[in-house]
Design a protein around this ligand. Structure first.
Ligand code: DQA
Length: 151
């Protein structure tokens, strides 16, 4: 049996990776990203699941459904990062450990991207590493869970 269960949640417009502003988000697609993460998950012996939605309420539902089923969430909430109290409350409500991920360096971009409703309830934040950030987050999540289980 796999060591842990990890859920990757991508928010609005991340289904358009590869098409969307490639100078910011690169040329790889969401499918490419998921394939890469699946390989890393196999290497680390963890179960990984992928979810993407453009709808805030659906993301809230998915987070709620992960209660007691998932050990850690890797979350790129896209634009909802900067607006959604509901997604923050969903994560806090089930006390779910998660990393907040951004492909781009949001601090180098427009001011409205500098604020996050998620960062202060996240275990950590990974910003500006491109799609590699998801791999770092996955490896980091497994180390975090290993340490937790040794406590
Ligand atoms: C993003 C940054 C957000 O500001 C933006 O709305 C996105 C993607 C990123 O991965 O860099 O949709 O989360």
């Amino acid at each position: 049996m796999a060591k842990y269960s990890i859920l990757v949640v991508n928010g609005p417009n991340l289904n358009m990776l590869g098409v969307r502003e490639p100078e910011i988000y690169g040329h790889e697609t969401l499918k490419d990203l998921e394939k890469m993460l699946q390989n890393v998950a196999d290497e680390l012996d963890v179960k990984i699941e992928f979810y993407q939605s453009n709808h805030e309420g659906d993301i809230v539902d998915t987070i709620q459904k992960s209660y007691k089923k998932v050990d850690f969430i890797l979350l790129n909430a896209g634009a909802y990062t900067h607006t959604s109290v509901a997604i923050r409350d969903a994560l806090a409500g089930i006390d779910m450990p998660f990393y907040e991920i951004h492909i781009s360096n949001v601090h180098k971009r427009e001011e409205f991207r500098h604020h996050s409703f998620l960062s202060d309830v996240a275990v950590g934040v990974i910003v500006g590493f491109g799609l590699d950030g998801y791999e770092f987050a996955l490896r980091g999540a497994v180390r975090y869970l290993d340490r937790k289980h040794q406590e």
